[in-house]
Design a protein. Structure first.
Ligand code: SME
Length: 157
């Protein structure tokens, strides 16, 4: 296992332990954002955009750590909106090459966005992590983060 995979294994265990029995999604998202952000260097933003119940095709900012995030992102726009519209994890090595990228923080270079579904299979949010360095995310991040959100929002629902 690479160092990164080991860190994910450790932090996933920690998150599952802290959130045991907790059913509130805001508490879950806040805890995940904090522990994931603290566990890694070179990340400027770690957090969630939530599907707005009043505007089901729009994401609104949720719990996060890091620099100021944009408030709202329509489905289909930028990396987060694409993950929400296509229900597929987006791994972007350089956001400057991603059409329609939304620059909340101009230092953002690479990014991963993972769709978050509930136990009924409905999209409830996306988990967005941004770095100020290129190509910081790969299949290790994708696998670990998809597993983490499934454990919290589906398995323990
Ligand atoms: N970069 C994202 C926007 C959100 S923030 O960077 C916090 C995007 O293009 O979806």
């Amino acid at each position: 296992m690479s160092g990164k995979a080991e860190t994910y294994a450790r932090v996933t265990k920690e998150i599952l332990s802290v959130l045991e029995g907790e059913r509130n999604d805001i508490a879950r998202m806040a805890t995940i954002s904090c522990l994931l952000h603290e566990a890694f260097e070179d990340r400027i933003w770690t957090g969630f955009y939530i599907v707005d119940p009043e505007k089901p095709k729009e994401l609104v900012v949720g719990p996060y750590q890091g620099t100021l995030g944009c408030l709202r992102i329509p489905f289909g726009k930028g990396v987060c909106g694409t993950a929400a519209a296509e229900l597929v994890t987006q791994v972007v090595e350089d956001v400057h090459d991603f059409p329609g990228h939304i620059a909340c923080d101009s230092r953002s270079v690479s990014e991963i966005v993972v769709p978050v579904r509930n136990d009924k299979g409905a999209l409830i949010a996306v988990l967005d992590i941004d770095s100020d360095k290129p190509a910081m995310f790969d299949a290790t991040d994708k696998d670990a983060l998809e597993h983490l959100v499934e454990q919290i929002f589906v398995v323990t629902a």
